[in-house]
Design a protein. Structure first.
Length: 585
């Protein structure tokens, strides 16, 4: 079963920049992926790598199925069946051991992308045309011997009568001379014919050789043209890779995303891992956000051993227990989280990533409704300096995840949804659709560019909706000169409620740690239970680090749009446009 390749689509942005996408499916593996890139060559290269990987996976699965079928059919004797059971047991144990060591498996691998590996250096596949064997040069036919007057044929012996009668002797000599003349005439004709035939054959041979040479020269010319086109295409593709490398090393955000995509695509996982992900990069905070699709609990293997029962002539499979499977699943997800962060930071040789946010996404059937649901079940923000000091060979994955302030249920196999620590949206995905819209807000409104009063009203109304479910109340207290707005929320919930300080910053630049410190001071002065800082832009790594362990919640532009969606509003955030409008350009 081969990978199905969709149509290559071109998309032109409002700035006239083209991007391309190509959809891939593999029905046998139940895989689907959308390949995106800024050039046709890069998209095709990435698609080629993905197709090759899927085809190799499928071939390996087919070989295993075939081997299993062949072994099962051929091993009829008990000893052979016992050996087969032992082999399958060994395979099952190796599979489980591999899952238990998913993190350790990548530590000896250099995850830095080898740009040259992206260059297809396959030589031109056609051999240069070879001149065929030429026809043999003609040879002149062997000529008959020239009649010799001294031959006996032309000198008949004279009898006694010829000696006695001169006239008789003269007639005999005349007859012999006539025979010689006729033979000479015939010989001359035969020689002329032979020489004429040889000349014609020689001319025909020369013409055939010349025609063969012309045909060969034409084939060589056409071959050279195809080879030159092939080499030119390869040169162009290699130049694009070199340009992509230069763009990455120059810190271009889109190229950084593509580079990280290639790094994660190169990571080797078992076939039952989706290995699908979506990436985004916030250049101002040097933060990469990874929405990573993880396997569902039922996707992981549970086979522990296989035993052959001679009395029944059957194979009996034994599986790990439900608690063991749950523990294995949780451990695998923690390992994948740490492994992904490790691979990205190790591959980042230009220092583009100060931090990585990993959001683990799982699609599984909800046992309560029977419907398939997709949710984020764990989220981690890892800072480079802190993460690179960890000895990943010795850590307990769950304990390491918790020490890094990762968010997730204590039992990941329960698939309890959590709010991602951070979500970044690309410009073309910042529109939020809903079924209910306030009159002053639509998907064309840029929140980063609206007036202060409108922004104040929006924040107040948004948090009123957020807290009104539990009978809460929100009051705006003042609008700050820097474009923020302070509000106080009162949540009557006896457990999680209390007084909450809310501050919003309508910023187009990254919110500094000073604003987070100010909010924390306000929370302490007000005797509040919690502080919430929401912005249209984003927060730097220092801000997140300061807020860790404190009763503070940081909501960036992506979180703000998510809240709007939750309460029936839609809008967009375009920081670049807001900066242009603010400058009067």
């Amino acid at each position: 079963m081969q990978t199905r390749i969709g149509t290559l689509y071109e998309k032109v942005s409002s700035r006239g920049v083209s991007s391309y996408s190509l959809e891939l499916w593999h029905d046998g593996l139940n895989k689907h992926r959308m390949i995106r890139g800024e050039s046709v060559a890069i998209v095709r290269m990435k698609a080629s790598l993905q197709v090759e990987e899927w085809d190799q996976r499928w071939q390996a699965l087919e070989e295993r199925r075939l081997q299993k079928a062949q072994k099962t059919a051929s091993r009829l004797q008990q000893e052979e069946n016992k050996a087969l059971a032992a082999e399958q047991t060994l395979d099952a144990q190796r599979e489980l051991e591999g899952l238990a060591n998913i993190l350790r498996a990548t530590l000896d691998v250099d995850d830095t992308l080898d740009w040259d590996s992206l260059k297809d250096r396959t030589p031109f596949p056609e051999a240069k045309p070879v001149m065929g064997k030429q026809p043999p040069e003609p040879k002149m036919a062997e000529l008959p011997p020239e009649p010799n007057p001294a031959d006996r044929k032309y000198n008949p012996p004279l009898g006694i009568l010829e000696w006695l009668i001169p006239s008789r002797r003269a007639r005999l000599k005349e007859a012999a001379a006539q025979v010689l003349a006729e033979d000479r005439k015939h010989w001359t004709q035969m020689v002329a014919i032979a020489r004429s035939s040889f000349a014609a054959a020689l001319q025909s041979h020369e013409q055939l050789v010349a025609e063969n040479k012309r045909s060969h020269d034409q084939l060589v010319t056409e071959w050279a043209e195809r080879r030159n086109r092939y080499n030119a295409e390869k040169f162009e593709e290699h130049s694009e890779v070199d340009a992509k490398k230069a763009s990455y090393e120059a810190g271009d955000p889109e190229t950084i995303i593509e580079y990280c995509d290639l790094v994660l695509s190169s990571s080797d996982y078992p076939a039952y891992f989706p290995q699908e992900f979506d990436l985004d990069y916030e250049a101002s905070a040097k933060t990469l956000v990874v929405d990573y699709k993880l396997p569902a609990p039922d996707d992981l293997p549970r086979l522990k051993s296989v035993k052959y029962i001679p009395s029944r002539g059957e194979f009996e499979e034994q599986f790990i227990s439900d608690p063991q499977a749950s523990k294995l699943y949780d451990d695998v997800l923690y390992q994948v989280t740490l492994r992904t962060v490790h691979e990205l930071l190790e591959a980042d040789y230009i220092g583009a990533l100060d931090s990585v946010v990993f959001n683990g996404i799982v699609t599984a059937v909800d046992r309560a409704t029977g419907k398939e649901v997709t949710s984020c079940i764990l989220s981690l923000r890892a800072n480079r300096n802190e993460f690179t000091e960890i000895n990943l060979e010795q850590v307990d994955p769950k304990a390491c995840f918790k020490s890094l302030k990762g968010v997730g249920s204590s039992k990941l196999h329960g698939l309890a949804a959590v709010a991602p620590i951070m979500q970044l949206s690309r410009e073309d995905r910042r529109f939020v659709s809903s079924y209910e819209v306030v009159s002053s807000l639509d998907e064309g409104v840029n929140l980063a560019a609206i007036g202060w009063e409108d922004f104040e009203h929006l924040i107040r109304e948004l948090f009123e909706k957020e807290f009104s479910v539990g009978g809460g109340e929100v009051k705006v207290t003042q609008a700050s000169r820097d474009g923020g707005v302070d509000a106080i929320a009162f949540d009557p919930d006896p457990i999680r409620g209390g007084k909450i300080v809310i501050q919003a910053k309508r910023y187009t630049n990254t919110v500094g740690v000073g604003a987070v410190r100010d909010l924390y001071g306000t929370v302490m002065n007000e005797g509040a239970n919690k502080g919430i800082l929401v912005t249209t832009s984003d927060f730097g790594p220092d801000s997140y680090a300061f807020a860790t362990g404190k009763p503070l919640v940081l909501l960036n532009g992506g979180n703000l749009l998510h809240m709007l969606q939750k309460h029936g509003h839609k809008a967009r955030i375009d920081l670049r446009e807001a900066k242009v409008l603010a400058s009067g350009a």
